[in-house]
Structures are given as structure tokens and as C-alpha cells.
Design a protein around this ligand. Sequence first.
Ligand code: URA
Length: 260
Amino acid sequence: MAKDDRLYHIGFGKADLGLRMPEIAMLSGDPNRASLIARGYLTDVKVLSENRGLHSYLGLLPNGRPILSATSGMGAPSLSIVVNELVQIGIKAIIRIGTTGSIQEYIKAGSIVISHAALCRQGAANDIAPEEYPAVADPLLTVDLVHAARELTVPYHMGITASVDTFYEGQERSASSANPYLLRRIQGMTEEYRRLNVLNYEMECATLFKMGSVYGFAAACVCGVIAERAEAETVVYEQKEAAVTNAIRVAVLSASRYQP
Ligand code: URA
């Protein structure tokens, strides 16, 4: 193994990937989810690295195609580092598999949201492209996620996601936060987004989408709904497993047939 070919943060390099290079990666915020996907949905799994909690696995999809299950960490700064290094090792398509809080009353916990674009309130993205640069998903991969959700009869919604940098302040949480005071510009923001037909809050996909357009890889995002922000600030724990399983199944099916 060529040690010096390893990327600093993800902890592995091209030499670790063998002869059949993966071109697609599934990217989770949570290292346990990256491990669950690899061990539960892939075969011939190889642990590439568990460096800095950024667990990465190489495995085979049901059709025999190699794929990575990797960890982005929480938030856009961490995601931007991991994605940069995944592009350096040759990844051509990334599906983020995340969790999210819906802000529309009709989007229930346990369902999934497929984002075709994102409202970008993320500082890291400004180091990659101008603020006004569109945060759009790859259209073909996104449509295929929708087809996959229909085939698997997973309850889904497709639309615009708000990607913000903070879970508490930026998503207008006050009752469950250490600091109940919210900046004036954030007060009422969830209601404003609701009226603008934004579907949900999460913390990574806008930066991923901008990186996809700038760096030339296909980016998509599917998130399991674990909070109903039209009702409460809290996570609906009883629905978390269903939400995450739904998002993973849809992503795996779509990844199986994606042609970079
Ligand atoms: N992830 C978020 O960013 N917000 C939520 O409410 C749930 C998951």
C-alpha cells in the first residue's frame, strides 16, 4: 500500500481501492450510518479508514459495482473537506444520505425528502463559489432517486431544502436550545421559508450541490425526516429508524443503476 497516496482527512488513497475503482459514493453525516450502510447493504466490505470519525468503507452493490460508503461529519465545513478529497480519488457521483426536519405540515416523520435545489445559508460554500451561485442537484440522479422511491413505495417529497450552518440557532430552535434568544433576522424565518415552499432544514446539501457543479461531479441528496418543525423542535425518535432506512434503500437502488 502506498502510504503517501493517502488523503490527509479521509485517511485513504487510490492505492487502497484496488483495481475496480469506485465512481460513486454514498455520504452520511454520521459514521455509524456509513458503517450500517456498508455492512447492511453492500458485500465484500473493506474498511478503508476510521480516521477522525470519518469512517469510509469500500464495498459492492447488489449488481457487483464498487461503491464507497463514507462519512461527511456534521455541517458544511467538514463535508467540504471530505468531498474535496473524494473528488481527488476519482469519485464522479455523490449521494448524500442524511436526516432532516420538515417545515411543511404535510411532510411527516418517517418519510424522505429528495432535494432538487437548496437555499444556501452556509459559510463554507462561499469559499467555493459566489453566494449567488445556484445550489442545484444533478437532475438525472435526482429524478432517479424519485423513481427509486416510487418503486420501493417509500413516501417521498421532492423540492427545495434550506441548508444552514447550525442545528439550533439557524433552524430557529429556542425552546430546546442553550440560548433561547434568537437574532432578529432569524426570528420568523421558518414561517417565511414555509411560505416560500421550502420543504425542510438540513446542514450540508447546498454546499455539496455547489461543489458538484463547480468540481464536475453529480451530487444528489435524500434525507429521512426525523423532526416535524411545523409541530415541535424535537426529534421524533420513534420514526428515526424508518426514516433513515427509507433514505438508505432509495439511495442504494439509485446508486445501483447510476451511469456516471
Ligand atoms: N437535521 C437537521 O439539520 N435538522 C433537523 O431538524 C433534523 C435533522
